[in-house]
Write a protein that binds this ligand. Structure first.
Ligand code: F6R
Length: 614
């Protein structure tokens, strides 16, 4: 989603900001802009489209217009108004003295705008942010101090924001503020940085202050002052940042997505290390703060998440109910928050999020917290807002995921759910040991099985090429692989814009079958297990309607020969662990179709890596 980078120091701000914004590009955006402040002068440059468009404009500028050592920059993901130059940030007031970059949504902008217009403010964009610019500028006229102006203005704003604000009459400071949108201040020597995410500044500093909700900061070259919601100065809490710059390299792969798909064997090893040693030893989860007695009292589990994380949660439901016997519901966070969900102190609420910053899931977690449920967060970002709300934290340690389409984080979420489920089952003795032992044994063999799929992808590449011209796809499966069908379809539509839908195979005949003919390929996941024969007969039904059939299976069966047009085999695996292998085939298929079609694999249109607005 939108990205913010601010700099104040001795370097050319334009270089630091552009580089920082380029490290946030992966999050998705559709226009970019920068404000450079020097000698009581502010220069604003903006461009729709990619950052390269902004760079081209800056290249043509005279050096004296871009040599400032302080500035703020932004990549915008359009919410209010088209991705045009006028709507790009930074925004300004009538006299252009003040500049602001903003992530989030000002919910009451429509209420504030007429009042400001009455006071003479001229609006030139369709954005909610411009309202904040005028509001702060008005406060500044009264208070004659930028910090005080921002402190006063934020009390009138509703919604979510992470801001950086400058004023040309105070060219020695940037004011930052946050509520329900992430913002960090990178601490340097004789220079300081502001960013909406770590990759933007990690090259310059490993120390940062995480702003909390309702805090406002005054940042100068050699000082950082943080104020709480009562405008009281509070102590700075400087923390070490967790990333190495190397994490942002493609390491020779054509796209980050392909690199991240190939990292999955190591991701599995990382999740299992220190938690699962062998099949005879109990799972260790130090970060889960629930003892045997508390776990035995849990009578309901609710999983809340969005998108790919939601699909991991759906697999979680199957394994949790199978191994612990505890009724488990899975719901999209955006649905969970607008109804009266039944939860109490005996409910375990599991929030799953790669970014830990997804606005819908944060709101859902806060709602569940009010009902005194135990909140367990499964996330890739130990430093995220969601992690800070957790009673128990299960970091998935997948490493930074740059590709907008989630792959390795899904794998790490799945593995974390297996481990968590076994941990609960072992503590409440819900299942006989033999079954759990078998699953543990299989989990330990997963990395090598994943490697065997990833070492030979030619067949998948050929299938991708063969089917890349189709405009629609159906993915079917049953049981624990139904979520795999949903996730495979989501991957394909996200990065290739092909209309792909996942269905439980048994539902095909209740409606979707009407769409089947030779133009509608059907991909079926067939795992040896209780639903194998059922999926096979659903495939027969599809074949009878002339649909092209692609199978993904762990089972060699003569019956496949005349039925499937194409087949991908995966290593032998039990039904319960098979989602971890099947999904890799579907990720690769989506990747190669998108790549073959020449789409922007890592940064698909309209999508954002971290969805920080509701
Ligand atoms: C799909 C994808 C999205 C995210 C969703 C939730 O590839 O990445 O569907 O899964 O936006 O994001 P997190 O997991 O960060 O809460």
């Amino acid at each position: 989603m939108c990205g913010i980078v601010g700099y104040i120091g001795k370097k050319r701000a334009v270089d630091v900001i552009l580089k920082g914004l380029s490290y946030l590009e992966y999050r998705g955006y559709d226009s970019a802009g920068i404000a450079l402040i020097s000698n009581n002068n502010t220069n604003i440059f903006k461009a729709p489209g990619k950052l390269s468009n902004l760079k081209e404009i800056l290249c043509l500028e005279k050096e004296e217009n871009i040599n400032a050592t302080m500035g703020i920059g932004h990549t915008r993901w359009a919410t209010h108004g088209l991705p045009t130059e006028a709507n790009a940030h930074p925004h300004s007031c009538n006299c252009k003295s003040l500049t602001i970059v903003h992530n989030g949504i000002i919910e009451n902008y429509k209420d504030l705008k007429p009042e400001l217009e009455k006071k003479g403010c001229k609006f030139i964009s369709q954005t909610d942010t411009e309202v904040a610019a005028h509001l702060i500028a008005h406060e500044f006229e009264d208070k004659k101090d930028l910090l005080k102006a921002v402190q006063s203005a934020v009390k009138k704003l509703k919604g979510a924001y992470a801001f950086c604000v400058t004023h040309k009459s105070m060219p020695d400071r940037i004011i930052a503020a946050r509520k329900n949108a992430p913002l960090i201040i990178g601490v340097g020597e004789g220079e300081n940085f502001i960013a909406s995410d770590i990759p933007a500044i990690i090259e310059y500093t490993k120390k940062a202050i995480y702003l909390s909700d309702n805090q406002v900061a005054e940042i100068k070259t050699d000082s950082i002052k943080i104020y709480d919601e009562n405008d009281t100065l509070i102590a700075n809490k400087v923390e070490n940042l967790p990333f190495e710059p190397i994490a942002l390299s493609k390491m020779g792969y054509k796209h980050f997505m392909l690199k991240e798909i190939h990292e999955q064997p190591d991701v599995v090893r990382n999740v299992l290390v220190d938690k699962l040693h062998d099949e005879d030893t109990k799972v260790i989860l130090d970060d889960v703060k629930l003892n045997k007695e508390q776990l035995s009292k849990i009578n309901r589990i609710q999983i809340i998440a969005c998108g790919t994380s939601l699909h991991a949660g759906l697999v979680g439901k199957y394994i949790l109910e199978e191994l612990t016997g505890i009724p488990t519901d899975v719901e999209a966070s955006s649905e969970y928050i607008y109804r009266n969900t039944i939860a109490d102190e005996n409910t375990l609420v599991i929030g799953i999020s790669q970014s830990g910053e997804t606005a819908d899931t944060i709101t859902a977690i806060k709602q569940a917290k009010e009902k005194n449920s135990h909140i367990l967060i499964i996330t890739n970002r130990k430093d995220s807002a969601m992690a800070r709300l957790a009673d128990s934290l299960l970091p998935i340690n997948a490493g930074i995921e740059v590709s907008v389409a989630a792959t390795k984080s899904y794998m790490a979420q799945l593995l974390s759910l297996y481990i968590l489920t076994i941990f609960i089952a072992e503590n409440i003795n819900s299942k006989e040991n033999g079954h759990i032992k078998d699953i543990k044994k299989e989990l330990l063999t997963l990395p090598s099985k994943l490697e065997s799929i990833l070492n030979d992808t030619k067949n998948i590449e050929n299938i991708a090429k063969k089917y890349s011209s189709f405009k629609n796809f159906i993915f079917i499966a049953r049981g624990i692989n139904y979520p795999s069908a949903l996730e495979g379809a989501l991957k394909l539509k996200e990065i290739s814009y092909i209309n792909a839908t996942g269905y439980p195979a048994g539902e095909l005949k209740h409606g979707p079958i009407a769409m089947l003919d030779e133009t509608m390929p059907v991909l079926a996941i067939l795992n040896e297990g209780i639903v194998y024969d059922k999926v096979l007969s659903n495939c027969e039904e599809a074949k009878a309607r002339q649909a092209k059939l692609i199978g993904v299976t762990n089972f060699i069966d003569e019956k496949h020969k005349n039925l499937f047009d194409d087949m991908v085999s995966i290593p032998e695996i039990s039904d319960i662990v098979s989602p971890a292998l099947n999904i890799v085939v579907l990720q690769l298929l989506a990747y190669h179709i998108s790549e073959y079609l020449g789409k922007d694999v890592d940064q698909p249109r309209n999508l954002a890596k971290s969805v920080t607005v509701e």
